[in-house]
Ligand binder design. Structure first.
Ligand code: FE2
Length: 217
């Protein structure tokens, strides 16, 4: 494996990792949309797919403008999130419960993307790549808008009255999380960024607060 020798090398690796994450989404999002019951969720995932294509074009444009060839990368975080989406689809029928679980995973995908693009944008700014900063500001705006839209959808679809209570465990504070059988790799309950309860709790004010959604800008 080639050694990372400079901050510029590191930036190129980060870009390649993002490109791989976006590429993986191109495969996964249509399957998630197909498995969804709600047409609103299908449409949202369709929009997520469209912005993902634009983000790939943007990343490829950066590589071609800088004369770099993206190294083969394997974004393990996105791979794991996609495996989670496949897991919940396998373990549920087409239902609001499945939609709730799909939204949960889609939001985690978005939050991962937001965190990564913010990190890479800061890194690019440190290295004086103003064009990359500009492009990633556009991408971040798309990602934040999609995250917001998923939140809205979660509040519309995921009403605690309509969820089958058998599929969820009630946690302290009245929050609900999917039962163990719907989870993969465990949920870090102390970490708000990975806690599904935020998305399905009744009237949880954190849904309105981007700081609580893993986006700390
Ligand atoms: Fe993206």
């Amino acid at each position: 494996m080639r050694k990372t020798e400079s901050l510029s090398d590191l930036l190129v690796e980060e870009l390649a990792n993002l490109l791989d994450a976006e590429d993986q989404l191109i495969e996964a999002l249509p399957k998630m949309a197909e498995a969804s019951q709600s047409s609103a969720l299908k449409n949202t995932l369709g929009s997520y797919l469209e912005i993902t294509r634009e983000h790939i074009d943007r990343l490829q444009g950066i590589f071609s403008n800088t004369g770099q060839t993206p190294q083969k990368s394997n974004c393990k975080t996105m791979k794991e999130l996609i495996a989670e989406s496949e897991d919940v689809i396998k373990k549920t029928e087409k239902s609001q419960t499945r939609d709730a679980a799909i939204i949960w995973v889609a939001q985690r995908m978005e939050q991962y993307e937001i965190a990564e693009y913010k990190k890479v944008r800061e890194h690019a700014a440190d290295l004086g790549h103003t064009k990359i900063v500009e492009l990633f500001t556009k991408t971040l705006n798309d990602e934040r808008a999609m995250n917001f839209h998923l939140n809205e959808l979660a509040q519309g679809i995921i009403n605690i009255q309509t969820i089958d209570p058998k599929d969820f465990d009630r946690q302290q504070g009245g929050f609900y999380i999917p039962k163990e059988k719907f989870r993969r790799g465990g949920i870090k309950k102390k970490n708000k960024n990975t806690d599904v309860s935020r998305f399905i709790s009744e009237g949880n004010p954190n849904l309105e607060n981007p700081e609580e959604q893993g986006d700390l800008s």
